[in-house]
Design a protein around this ligand. Structure first.
Ligand SMILES: [Zn+2]
Length: 131
């Protein structure tokens, strides 16, 4: 368990839940837009937050955006799950505490800053950092 205080976790949890609500509304809106444009088949799976292939299906700009939202929803789900398990705030790579300032800036952070930078250099070539 990280050294985060219960009050801090609750605060971050609230942030995640607020963000989740916004994203779900956004995804729903984009689905409706895409449906109106006749892309219903392509976007049918976007609401399924568990399916990463959704991101590959998303070719249209709206869909790409929806895909990013779905990815973020996945991250939020994972963060909420880690809170329940008591592993929230622990770096996935080195097991050190991520630290409240970083979590406050990015509540879905999986890694400490050093490991996140390493990860992005290694796996996410060309991708923009999420922070
Ligand atoms: Zn680390």
């Amino acid at each position: 368990m990280a050294d985060l205080m219960e009050a801090q976790i609750q605060q971050l949890r609230q942030k995640l839940l607020d963000r989740q609500r916004v994203l779900i509304a956004e995804v729903r809106e984009k689905r409706e837009q895409a449906a109106a444009e006749g892309n219903e088949d392509a976007i049918g799976a976007v609401g399924d937050a568990g399916d990463e292939s959704v991101l590959r299906v998303a070719t249209d700009l709206d869909l790409q955006e929806a895909g990013r939202d779905v990815q973020e929803l996945n991250d939020i789900d994972a963060a909420l799950r880690r809170m329940e398990e008591g592993s929230y705030g622990i770096c996935d790579e080195c097991g050190q505490e991520i630290g409240y300032p970083r979590l406050n800036a990015q509540p879905t952070a999986l890694r400490c800053i050093a490991d996140q930078e390493k990860y992005e250099r290694t796996y996410a070539r060309g991708a923009t950092p999420s922070l």
